[in-house]
Design a binder for this molecule. Structure first.
Ligand SMILES: Cc1cc2nc3c(=O)[nH]c(=O)nc-3n(C[C@H](O)[C@H](O)[C@H](O)COP(=O)(O)OP(=O)(O)OC[C@H]3O[C@@H](n4cnc5c(N)ncnc54)[C@H](O)[C@@H]3O)c2cc1C
Length: 390
């Protein structure tokens, strides 16, 4: 019997195993993880509720994937948000939609998502090797090695995840191990808060203040790289919340390359400058804030900045320098991984090594928060499990 080894039992590896056994029933499928159970990171996801997907089209998943999103066209034919909804509904865990089209399991428990996957893996007689830390991959001889064991494979699927929240098992080390044979793009934290050291942030006068649906543009060396309308939270160190997180996902190596990064906040994205100017002829800043239901505390922020900015600039184009991003221990995903240049997008097989495939966050692809990362993990996992041949 031919043997398929899968390194990593996150959503990508689990879905790869399910798809592999379904499409290649005569192969022995072995799922390896250094943890003692499947899906440790998924169990934390969505604050323990697992924002598993989004009720959107394939095009939207690609749009919401700032890093190499177009690579996913083929995998999303195999598994997309509709298939994910069907998969879980057929296994008695329907998904329910919340704001921003986000999908959650009806029970609001990430553990229930993991349990559906586990049950399916057991039904298909997938073999588990838990507590097994793969340290070396010998591609020439088709072997994977731990400190004490050597396992032979006919085909290998790498589903080892990225490098964020390494306490969940995904630490990126296996990608470093592959570096001598396969191009691995450098790893950086993504979907992570922005660190700003400006006096306004240091003063903490806005700490804890959140703004709904504000415009945020991120500039690198003066060029706009991202524009979003989403929520924002001022923290003691900088900016957090979905808007800043989305902005962080285009920063990657910018700080290492000594580039200058700043964001511009538009507190009133649906109000024109001309309208605002007219209003300010007869209204104070406090009255304008009240009119647009913006928090009164913004006045404290403006008082600190008023030497440098007019009220219109403050409300429509308020610049804040970004000095860094929070690290892997606070990043939802990883920028970087197996370079997409190495992978055939139709099969997810490594071109140089046709007996190796890769899926999930181990690939140099990441999406925004909102259910897109688990979607692409499952989509690429399902695709990798379907299309291997040797
Ligand atoms: C706190 C948090 C919340 C999140 N919430 C959401 C959310 O709500 N919605 C969403 O879409 N995304 C969310 N994400 C992102 C999402 O969880 C990941 O993108 C997704 O889990 C990636 O799946 P994966 O299977 O590729 O990798 P992982 O889930 O990281 O799984 C990889 C597995 O490989 C194993 N492994 C790694 N190296 C080895 C080795 N050498 N030997 C053996 N095993 C190894 C690890 O132990 C791990 O179990 C969140 C991330 C975090 C950190």
């Amino acid at each position: 019997m031919k043997k398929l080894l899968i390194i990593g039992a996150g959503p990508a590896g689990c879905m790869a195993a399910i798809s592999a056994k379904t499409n290649h029933p005569h192969w022995e499928v072995v799922l390896i993880d250094k943890n003692t159970r499947i899906c440790e990171k998924l169990r934390l996801s969505g604050g323990g509720r697992c924002n598993i997907s989004a009720n959107v089209s394939i095009e939207t998943v690609i749009e919401q994937t700032p890093r190499n999103g177009r690579f996913l066209y083929a995998t999303l034919q195999t598994m997309n948000p509709i298939h994910i909804q069907q998969f879980f509904a057929q296994r008695d865990l329907p998904l329910v939609e919340e704001d921003h089209k986000r999908l959650f399991p009806i029970t609001h428990k990430a553990d229930d998502v993991a349990n559906v996957l586990l049950k399916e893996l057991q039904l298909l007689n997938i073999k588990f090797l838990f507590n097994m830390h793969i340290q070396q991959i010998d591609l020439q001889n088709r072997l994977v090695k731990t400190a004490d064991d050597i396992l032979r494979f006919n085909h290998l699927i790498i589903a080892s995840g990225g490098a964020s929240y390494s306490n969940t098992g995904s630490d990126g080390l296996i990608l470093q191990e592959l570096k001598s044979n396969i191009e691995i793009t450098p790893l950086y934290p993504a979907e992570t808060p922005l660190v700003c050291q400006e006096a306004l942030i240091q003063s903490k006068c806005l700490q804890g203040l959140s703004l709904q649906d504000v415009g945020l543009s991120l500039f690198i060396d003066g060029k706009r790289k991202k524009k979003v309308v989403h929520d924002l939270l001022f923290t003691h160190f900088g900016l957090s919340g979905p808007g800043p997180l989305q902005c962080s996902s285009v920063i990657g190596p910018a700080f290492e390359e000594n580039k200058k990064v700043h964001v511009v906040i538009d507190c009133l994205p649906s109000v024109s400058i001309a309208t605002l100017e007219t209003m300010l002829h007869t209204m104070s800043l406090g009255e304008v804030l009240k009119h647009f239901k913006l928090p009164k505390r913004l006045i404290e922020g403006y008082e600190l900045l008023s030497k440098d900015l007019s009220i219109v600039q403050f409300l429509k184009s308020w610049p804040i320098i970004v000095h860094d991003v929070r690290g892997f221990n606070q990043a939802f995903v990883t920028w970087g991984g197996v370079s997409v240049k190495e992978i055939d997008p139709k099969t997810l097989i490594i071109k140089k090594y046709p007996f190796v495939s890769v899926c999930g966050e181990a690939i140099d692809i990441h999406s925004h928060t909102g259910g897109f990362n688990i979607t692409i993990a499952m989509s690429t996992g399902c695709h990798a499990g379907k299309f291997f041949t040797q």
